[in-house]
Ligand binder design. Sequence first.
Ligand code: NAD
Ligand code: ZN
Length: 359
Amino acid sequence: MHKNFKNIDKIVYGKGAFSQLNAIIEPIRKENDKFFVFVVDKYFEGKELANRIPNRDEDLLIFIDVDIKEPYTEQIDNLRDSILEKKGLPSGIVGIGGGSILDIAKATALMFTNEGSSTLYQGLDLIKKPGIYHLGVPTISGTGAECSMTAVLTGPEKKLGLKCEWTVLNQVILDPELIASVPTDKWFYTGMDCYIHCIESESGIFYNAYSKAYGDQALQLCREVFVNEGRGQNDENNEKLMIASLFGGLSLTYSEVGACHAFSYGLSVVKGYRHGIANCIAFNHLKEFYGEAVDEFRNMLEIHNIDLPQNLAKDWTEDEIMEMSKIAYNLTHMWNHAIGMDWKQKWTVEDIANYYRKM
Ligand code: NAD
Ligand code: ZN
């Protein structure tokens, strides 16, 4: 069966587009208990962007430190419960930040209308009711969380998204000016998430003309931003990277991620590496899967003086390696794509462990 993909309802793109936020949410303000929630990356607290948020007296403005931990189920449940208790059901929720904040906004929007803990809904199509209106404003580019059907959460048992068509944002504001302040290492690692999405999308059995069209464009933009003459962080490239991220996400939505993301999830869950850097640590060792793209990736590391953590496995216990390997092994949909539907006959937990031992 072919995927029936739900796209973002509305997108506004361009320098300064953030100023349109107030007008965009105005008609939604009459919904539910007539207030908005703004969840904002703590980085922006006290910064100019925080003053431009159109929050009113009745609204809630909540800054969240995403560096402590990737979004987790208990955090979403508590956020939902405290808002419902304090003020009732919001008209909508606006997330301003990177993949972490966008996922927090997406997940909380759903959990306002679905009872119990978010752990109950980690998986595909487990959510029972549409959530409240949710709008995303990315401030760092690469994850594709702005267009994906999932809100990735780490729970007590698994790192898995709330995935369904209601997860998709109702509105996205893509303002390239907002990513200008991202420090180089974060710019690189999150940007590489996009590059890797495109490479994984094209390197597996679910690849198709739809994925190729978006993926080719996204890859070309990534090369302009990270490889070719004129590369680096500047106004023009911020515009390109923002679209690369969106298109990379659209490419993989209609294809699939592969081996790198499977390894990456193991690294994040067991060793706490953030998504972008975990992808990079894994990708560097996946030449058998991704061939010349790994050479190109290493070239990008060098160009941008990125000091990728290496020789990590020497500090990992055998138990940790096996735990990571089992997490990676269980991501069936990624191996289906990367190796083929008969992958279990060709690929074992021990094969995965051998890759981790090299990282
Ligand atoms: P992030 O949201 O975790 O933020 C990374 C860092 O960049 C933080 O320190 C943040 O404060 C900082 N930052 C963000 N914007 C900034 C700015 N404009 N200026 C200065 N600093 C800024 O980063 P991310 O890589 O976008 O997101 C990673 C998360 O996204 C992970 O939790 C991952 O699981 C999730 N993810 C979700 C999807 C999806 O489809 N839903 C896809 C990929 C990854
Ligand atoms: Zn990713």
